[in-house]
Design a protein around this ligand. Structure first.
Ligand code: WT7
Length: 632
């Protein structure tokens, strides 16, 4: 029997009990099946007061040896990566484990040839093409730290991330194709690099064939570089706690922070969660629709499936091109067995109607999954019935960039599921609900702040370049716990239901933004004096962005000013952070100490005008009436 694989409710109960009674023994058993260059000396050391955690201390490994080399003898000719292009008329690519191994080794040699060394930070800004997955793995192969930036972020966002990580290398492509349009990629990198003098080399993959400017001495073409290298590149020996990657994510304050994950613990946890949550079986074709620019793409498009020896599918396009049936057409075309997407995609496809689903058989599907935001009951049932045909288990997986892998989810068909409930903690995960004062709530059928009281192997290690920020953000509000920033309910039987963020973070279509980050962007507009941003319920996106804006002059042409603000947000952050509603106000509801009462702004944005609560502490209660009257 494979001790790392949970197949029944009794297995789960047993694994969970062991993982709490003896976490080190439990995780050591999970880690044993991998290729280690040197076995670890100690399993775990941690200090939640300092926000410090280490796993598999003294061990040495390379995650790509475990994703690729380890499989060559048994599944070298099996397809590792299916690439489905944006345009369904173009051929898909099928890349075997042997081919992927060779491509990663060659790309790794290109990196070395261009001066990249172990420990160097490499920024990757690329659309969803095979070279993106190859680039990520090539960095890991030589021990360079990848920092993938979602190819929908602005030039300024790229620059911020390059500077914060002090990256001297950028891997990119000429352009991208998404739906009916093409977009620039290298052009945005060029714009970003105007402010990044530390970047020494840019390696450009040719994809769309669009013309790009190449700066002599700095920019090289990938295909030209590949002509100079062979496919021989042994995997670098990495300490368990050496950095594997940095991924930037938004918090309630300041600029996005670089969440750091390390080699050993991340590998062990992502593999375990992938195989058990989705109940992966040998030979399954797995499709995660997330972009590699987010943690979901890192953990469950690249690393998790490849560690398991699965066939992973990467899709370049969008769910509605050429029509709103594309996801289901791709499922049938490639006979996908496990399908993992976000509630926002489900809601938007649901709105297009069943006519796009019905022509497809979807008979290959065995498991379906959801991630990124709460899935409302209507979307849950539609997904379960019309995509899962009532027979596929639906796993609602709760986790975060900082957790590296799924922490709360039912295990497909093994533990029970309940609409809109992520349900059960994975083995090794010890969630608690806290009162605002930080007291653990022992009872069931309660609501509280979600925290985790013991480390799991893929917990955040630090925020790049600023450990104090990590300690403050996650480990200081409730000493002794990792605090998630989410509120949750626990039902009478102990299942968790995630309610949403309790901090100033909003989740728009599964993308995370700090309200302060959007306000800072809005405030860059010439028209704007001050702004306040809140989330409000949005039928498709989950949350929409509602901005209250004070201008420096009377607004005569509201649409022009709104367009200017939207353009500014697009420039500073990217089009994904555009406000959905902009209301012009003459003042904001502030307390006498100058603090904005966001509770009031949220209520108005939600349309709950009658229950604004206590407004007596406001400096100027009259602004509330004005805001209510002008609601968008
Ligand atoms: C936040 C983390 C981790 C993958 C993508 C998002 C929300 C995530 C769920 C879920 C309800 C969810 C939480 C969390 N979230 N999954 N299944 N049910 N909420 O990663 O960008 O780091 O955002 O997404 O609020 O804190 P992220």
């Amino acid at each position: 029997m494979d001790l790392t694989r949970i197949r029944t409710q009794a297995d789960y109960d047993d694994a969970y009990r062991r993982s709490v009674a003896d976490p080190e023994g439990f995780w050591a058993a999970q880690a044993t099946g991998f290729t280690w260059k040197k076995r670890w000396d100690r399993v775990l050391e941690h200090d939640f007061k300092q926000g410090r955690t280490q796993w598999f201390i003294g061990g040495s490994l390379n995650i790509t040896e475990n994703c690729l080399d380890r499989h060559l003898a048994t599944r070298g000719d099996q397809v590792a990566l299916i690439w489905e292009p944006n345009d369904p008329q173009e051929p898909a690519q099928h890349i075997t484990y042997r081919e992927l191994h060779a491509r990663v080794c060659r790309y790794a040699n290109v990196l070395l040839r261009n001066g990249v060394r172990k420990g160097d930070r490499v920024c990757i800004y690329m659309p969803m093409i095979p070279e993106l997955a190859v680039a990520v793995l090539a960095c890991a192969r030589i021990g360079a730290v990848h920092s993938v930036v979602f190819a929908g972020f602005s030039a300024q966002s790229i620059a911020d991330r390059i500077l914060d990580a002090d990256a001297a290398f950028v891997l990119t492509s000429d352009g991208m194709a998404r739906g009916a349009r093409k977009g620039p990629v290298k052009g945005l990198v060029d714009e970003a690099l105007a402010g990044c003098p530390g970047v020494k080399r840019v390696i450009v993959a040719r994809h769309t064939g669009d013309p790009v400017a190449m700066q002599a001495g700095r920019d090289v073409w990938l295909h030209e570089e590949l002509a100079h290298v062979d496919a021989d590149r042994p995997a670098e020996a990495m300490d368990s706690e050496d950095l594997l990657f940095i991924l930037y994510t938004s918090g309630s304050t300041g600029k996005p922070k670089g969440v750091v994950h390390t080699c050993g613990g991340y590998m062990v946890y992502v593999d375990h969660s992938f195989r058990n949550v989705f109940q992966y079986n040998d030979g399954d074709i797995f499709w995660c629709t997330a972009d590699v620019g987010w943690i979901t793409g890192h953990s469950y498009l690249i690393y998790g499936p490849l560690l398991a020896g699965a066939t992973t599918l990467m899709f370049e396009g969008i769910p509605t091109y050429p029509d709103a049936g594309r996801f289901w057409q791709v499922v049938d075309k490639h006979r996908v067995n496990i399908f993992y997407t976000a509630p926002t995609a489900i809601r938007s496809l649901m709105a297009h109607g069943l006519a796009f689903v019905e022509p497809c058989s979807l008979a290959s599907l065995r498991t379906i999954g959801s991630v990124g935001e709460p899935i409302n009951e209507e979307a849950w049932h539609w997904y379960k019935q019309h995509i899962g045909k009532g027979r596929c288990p639906l796993v609602d997986t709760w986790w975060q960039t900082e957790t590296g892998g799924i922490l709360i989810s039912s295990l497909a068909g093994v533990t029970d599921e309940k609409p809109s409930h992520a349900a059960w903690p994975l083995p090794g995960v010890q969630p608690v609900l806290l009162t605002p004062e930080g007291k653990e709530i022992a009872e069931n059928d309660v609501e509280g702040l979600l925290a985790i009281k013991f480390p799991w192997p893929s917990i955040i290690r630090t925020t790049y370049g600023d450990h104090e920020r990590c300690r403050q953000t996650y480990f200081s509000s409730y000493p002794g716990y990792y605090f998630t920033g989410d509120g949750a309910r626990r039902d009478a039987d102990g299942r968790y239901r995630i309610i949403g963020r309790v901090d100033d973070v909003i989740n728009v279509s599964g993308h995370r933004f700090g309200t302060a980050e959007i306000e800072n962007a809005i405030n860059e507009s010439d028209f704007v004096v001050e702004s306040a941003v809140v989330g409000y319920p949005h039928d498709i996106k989950g949350q929409g962005i509602y901005a209250y804006v004070i201008t420096d002059r009377p607004v005569t042409d509201a649409e022009a000013v709104r367009a200017d603000i939207v353009a500014m947000v697009t420039k500073v952050i990217g089009p994904i952070a555009k406000p959905d509603k902009i209301q012009f106000v003459s003042g904001l509801p502030k307390t006498r100490s100058g603090k904005i009462m966001r509770r009031i702004l949220r209520k108005v944005a939600e349309g709950e005008m009658s229950s604004l609560g206590d407004t007596t502490t406001l400096l100027d209660p009259a602004v509330v009436e004005e805001i209510k009257a002008g609601r968008m």
